[in-house]
Design a protein around this ligand. Structure first.
Ligand code: FAD
Length: 489
């Protein structure tokens, strides 16, 4: 039997590194294991990433962060979903809300019941049955409360926050629980006879040895990519956006409890409301526009004055073919990148950490845990990729070369299958533990203007007028529950 792993070395101190450190301090710190984090202030972090999805609340709770102090420390605000403007067609907008939408009747899917009756004027839109969407549109928010099937119990939410402040908060938390931080640039990596990373060398002739290495070095992927030689699988033929300009502005008007993603000629713009400022950024495809035009478009679409200089970023959509090789596990940008359209990157860090802990290689590095980790994470990346591609593929826009390209490009086979099933009878299946739920897929598909030609005939088993009555009641319930919530301010 191999001896248990006694030293964990986290390389990199961005959001990924400090999330891993805080979680390791909470769950791996048995008094006999050392947890060390190495970061270089001179290199710095990517410095963006402000919108999240609901599972972040579970992560914060598990590592022991109190919500009120977390929101204070990070300038955080609640997020009920994402509003997409100009995606299906130039003059359209829709909300992808968090939480469930409607509820089933006698075990039959809500969206199928809605599809059957949607032509009746009294039924309203699919979004009328999502408490998060109704509350978001009214600028109102209250945490979920009551029976999970009640309108307020069906609500789910995430946060917008300042990622730099979040990393600082996590750092304090992790250091207080015994994580050792080492400042310095890594200049070399030593490997043992098996090819595992044995130690990293730092400027100033220092050396840090370890048994398990978490590569959180950002786009550089110093250990997994550069040292272990794990290839990058490029997905830019499906997701051509490869640049961003980020620019904070002064807070303007009342806080909105949602992120906004506005489509432009060759990409899209995010708007993320924080307590003390608004985060903005233009994500665009360099094959379809140039940096100066992209900056002009961003400047022309701000709702307040900038409070800093623009920050320019370059990236490529895709992921490493394995996220765990030898004794190296990559978390965050070191493992892959998907544009922030559905705010999934920080979630992928969290998911990577929790899967790693679930498969922790406590007695050495067998292939069983490693292969399972790579399979699970690979599936998760691919499912999120398909969901993001959907926003482009399901456009009816053809007004610019960019939209003509994404609207006609070849799609992954997995997405083709999902689209075909939905187009016919509105059927959607969620595979394994894929992140986005059926209501999320339906909200985006319908929001982009894909209306199925039929519905699942199984819902004909219920009396139409009885279902209509139940839907009317549900809809009234969501409207009343949202109206009773306080305005966000
Ligand atoms: P980084 O922040 O780059 O950190 C890398 C760390 O490694 C740094 O500490 C650096 O000093 C260290 N390092 C690197 N090389 C060395 C070396 N040689 N020696 C020592 N240390 C080293 N995610 C979301 O969830 N929501 C969003 O809204 C969102 N928006 C985004 C917008 C854009 C334009 C981009 C590009 C990303 C966005 N993301 C978003 C992703 C998010 O920013 C990242 O997932 C997150 O910040 C994690 O980054 P990281 O810690 O992996 O890398």
């Amino acid at each position: 039997m191999n001896p248990p792993i006694r030293s964990v070395v986290i390389v990199g101190g961005g959001t990924a590194g400090w999330m891993a450190a805080a979680a390791a301090a909470r769950f791996l710190n048995d008094g006999q294991r050392t947890i060390t984090l190495i970061e270089s202030e001179a290199i710095g972090t990517v410095g963006v990433g402000e919108a999240t999805i609901p599972p972040i609340r579970g992560f914060n709770a598990r590592i022991g962060l109190d919500e009120a102090s977390f929101l204070r420390a990070t300038g955080g605000t609640p997020k009920l979903g994402i509003e997409f403007v100009g995606w299906g067609a130039l003059d359209e907008r829709y909300m992808h809300p968090f939480g469930t939408v409607g509820h089933e009747i006698e075990g039959l899917n809500f969206h199928q019941l809605w599809l059957r009756l949607r032509d009746r004027a009294e039924i309203g839109s699919y979004g009328d049955y999502a408490i998060a969407a109704v509350a978001a549109r009214a600028g109102r928010f209250a945490p979920p409360a009551g029976d999970p099937r009640s309108p307020t119990g069906q609500l789910d939410y995430a946060y917008h926050f300042d990622a730099g402040l979040y990393a600082a908060l996590l750092r304090g938390h992790a250091e207080a629980q015994g994580v050792t931080r080492i400042e310095g640039r890594i200049t070399g990596v030593e490997r043992d006879a098996r090819g595992h990373v044995a130690a990293v060398r730092l400027e100033g002739d220092r050396r840090v040895a370890g048994e398990l290495f978490l590569d959180c070095t950002g786009f550089r992927s110093l250990l997994l990519g550069e040292t272990m030689g794990v290839a990058f699988e490029d997905w830019s033929h499906w997701l051509p956006c490869d640049r961003a300009i980020a620019l904070p502005t002064a807070r303007q008007g009342p806080l909105l409890p949602y992120t906004r993603a506005t489509a432009h000629d060759a990409g899209w713009q995010w708007r993320i409301p924080l307590q003390h400022r608004t985060g903005n950024g233009h994500v665009y495809a360099s094959a379809f526009t140039d940096d100066e035009t992209a900056e002009r478009v961003l400047m022309a679409n701000l709702d307040a004055a900038p409070t800093a200089e623009p920050r320019r970023l370059s990236f490529r959509a895709g992921r490493r073919t394995k996220l765990w090789a030898g004794n190296v596990v990559a978390l965050g940008l070191a493992g892959g990148f998907l544009e922030p359209l559905e705010s999934t990157s920080i979630h992928l860090i969290q998911d990577g950490i929790s899967k790693l802990f679930a498969l922790f290689p406590d007695q050495g590095f067998g292939t069983v845990e490693r292969d399972e980790y790579n399979r699970l994470m690979g599936d998760q990346y691919a499912a999120i990729r398909d969901f993001i591609i959907l926003h482009y593929a399901a456009t009816r826009r053809d007004d610019t070369p960019f939209w003509r390209h994404v609207g006609t490009m070849a799609l992954p086979e997995t997405l083709i299958r999902k689209l075909a099933l939905f187009r016919e009878k509105g059927r959607i299946f969620r595979y394994d533990d894929e992140l986005f739920t059926v209501p999320s897929w339906v909200a985006v598909l319908l929001g982009q203007g894909i209306v199925p030609s039929g519905y699942d005939p199984i819902v004909d088993a219920l009396d139409a007028d009885r279902v209509a009555g139940a839907l009317r009641q549900m809809r009234r319930g969501y409207a009343a529950a949202a109206a009773a919530m306080p305005a966000l301010g």
